[in-house]
Design a protein around this ligand. Structure first.
Ligand code: ADP
Length: 578
């Protein structure tokens, strides 16, 4: 606060202005929570009345970060000065100085006295002019009150700006965080890069933005890509070549953020062939901001560049926001890269599995063929072959058939996983006969379970892929057996559509009295490799069967659903369009 100069302020005047001073000192309480413009208007009003002014003006320009420029006037009605009188006044030359000058009101030809004060608000010049037609203006007490009032207002404005900055910083953090969350949810690298570019360009206030980043392609080779926001790709014919110029290189090396009010003034600008500056179609750029995207471990993932045709557009704030966003982008990019890598690994594994399954099938077919042939020859031998040997040959045949079906299933699942099409081999297929066949086969594998078919139909025929449907039922039945360790009755029921049904579909249900499926696992059991909590680790399985079942049924245009409670058995229902 300004100190009182006891030599120049005589004691009487000071006493006379004591109540004014008390009022001025109470101003900060009144200005609490108001914005810089409000405080300025109120201050001019207080000054006008306190110092009996005819006219006054205050200006905060250029303003500090986070505050708009403020310029406000006050006048005492008809006594006010011509509008442009203050415009001709020079800025107050130094901070905290109060100068008083005389000038002439050109409209009336009479002298006016003007006192001017300059203060600083967060480093920005804060100037107040107070004018009066009194020739003794300003008296010492008036100077004193003017200074104290201006100083109080400066403090109130400073507080308002800082509070605003706090709020703004919180809002900034929230925005960056919100965008960060959205980014992390995007696992597709190119889409992610575009989102990062768009968000950062919008938030920074840039006209154009670009993002250069590296990706590893399917073959594991590194590629340099870029995305743009605010300009078409044709504007940047040679962008990938820009990396090694003195202006860009430090960003690509992840050294620091570069923010320039006018890139054209920078010595590093326009030094390089072929364009010595911007390519011909490039949108004009004065303001320039470049931010590297770096992981926590220090790896440079890419670089963000922003431009605007007007100079000095990017502020400390834009820099802060983009830096925050770049940090979130680094995390999101890292995730997306890991995801891509996992996908590549899974694909490699799928291809391997597919190849192995394929290679296994050929020798298996030959084993099965040979077993069949041996049984055929054996049946004609005299004396006939030992029954045990015949039974063994039959078992070999059965198990190889089962293995071939398992391999086919694996091949199907892998094929779908790799995005390769599966051709159904449709032919007229009787579901009832098919079910009886598969049930009989399954019954051979167990004595603890009784498996039966329940249906009112003699036959129910549709154009379906017979061997795949056999696999479906085989899967459902072997699950029913496997997940009913205490044995019991397993029922396959088959229902034909009602005569007037809207959709003509056959419904096949497999009901077992087994361990059931926990509610939590129910929505997932058709997912590949998924196994319910009460099955995994206790009952052997791979979690593939139902995936294959669902896919085959869907290829037929049908659906499969499950109804089950843990400990109370399960029913799998297949609906097949006829
Ligand atoms: P697998 O049986 O090889 O584990 P599936 O894809 O056939 O794979 O089944 C996935 C999971 O669904 C099983 O691990 C099991 O938890 C559950 N499941 C399937 N069928 C039944 C059933 N009939 N009773 C109880 N749980 C079942």
């Amino acid at each position: 606060m300004a100190s009182v100069n006891h030599d120049s302020v005589d004691q009487w005047s000071l006493r006379g202005h004591l109540s004014d001073l008390t009022a001025v000192l109470a101003l900060p309480a009144m200005w609490k929570g108001r914005d810089p413009r409000d405080v300025t208007i109120s201050m001019l009003d207080v000054l006008g009345r306190l110092l009996r002014l005819d006219d006054a003006r205050a200006r905060l320009s250029p303003p500090p970060d986070g505050c708009p420029a403020v310029e406000e006037s006050w006048s005492d009605g008809a006594a006010g000065f011509p509008a442009d009188l203050f415009d001709h006044l020079d800025d107050v030359p130094s901070d905290e100085a109060l100068i008083a000058t005389s000038t002439v009101d050109p409209r009336r030809g009479t002298p006016v006295r003007i006192a001017a004060v300059r203060w600083r608000i967060l480093g920005a010049p804060w100037q107040v002019w107070a004018g009066s037609r009194r020739l003794d203006f300003p008296t010492d007490p008036e100077r004193f009150l003017l200074r104290v009032t201006v100083e109080q207002a400066a403090l109130a404005i400073e507080t308002a700006i800082l509070l605003g900055r706090g709020k703004e910083a919180r809002a900034e953090l929230e925005t960056v965080h919100r965008i960060g969350q959205a980014l992390v949810a995007e696992l597709d690298l190119e889409k992610l890069a575009q989102r990062i570019t768009d968000a950062a360009t919008a938030l920074s206030g840039a006209r154009i933005g670009s993002f250069f980043y590296n990706v590893v392609d399917e073959r594991g080779e590194s590629l340099a890509l870029y995305t743009l926001s605010g300009a078409p790709r044709s504007s940047f014919p040679d962008l990938p070549m820009t990396r090694n110029t003195p202006l860009f290189a430090p960003t690509f090396r992840g050294e620091a953020i570069i923010r320039l009010d006018d890139v054209r003034q920078d010595p590093r600008y326009a030094q390089n062939p072929p364009y010595h500056g911007l390519p011909p179609n490039h949108p004009p750029v004065a303001s320039y901001l470049a931010v590297p995207v770096i992981t926590r471990s220090g790896e440079v993932l890419g670089s963000l560049f922003f431009g605007h045709p007007a100079p000095a557009v990017f502020t400390e704030r834009s820099e802060r926001i983009v830096a925050g966003l770049a940090a979130q982008a680094a995390i999101a990019l890292d995730n997306a890269r890991l995801y891509e890598k996992a996908r590549r690994d899974i694909r490699a594994r799928d291809e391997f599995l597919g190849a192995v399954a394929h290679d296994l099938r050929t020798p298996l077919t030959s084993i099965k063929g040979n077993a069949q042939m041996m049984r055929h020859h054996a049946s004609r031998l005299s004396p006939p072959l030992d029954n045990h040997l015949v039974a063994s040959l039959e078992r070999i045949e059965r198990t190889t058939t089962k293995m071939a079906a398992l391999i086919d299933e694996l091949l199907d699942v892998e094929r779908i996983e790799l995005g390769q099409p599966i051709e159904l081999e449709r032919s007229p297929t009787d579901l009832v006969a098919l079910a009886r066949r598969v049930v009989a086969e399954q019954q051979l594998t167990t004595r603890r379970h009784q498996i039966r078919v329940e249906t009112a139909e003699n036959a129910l025929t549709g154009r379906w892929d017979r061997s795949r449907l056999e696999r479906v039922l085989d899967n459902l039945l072997s699950n029913a057996v496997k997940y009913s360790p205490n044995g019991g009755e397993i029922v396959v029921s088959i229902t034909a559509p009602l005569a007037h049904a809207e959709i003509a579909e056959a419904v096949l249900a497999v009901r077992d009295p087994g361990i059931g499926i926990p509610t939590r696992d129910l929505p997932h059991i058709f997912e590949r490799f998924y196994r319910a909590a009460n099955a995994a680790g206790r009952i052997v399985g791979a979690g593939l069967g139902l995936t294959g079942v669902q896919r085959i049924i869907r290829l037929h245009g049908g659906s499969v659903s499950v109804d089950s409670r843990e400990g109370a058995g399960s029913t799998f229902t297949v609906r097949l369009p006829l």
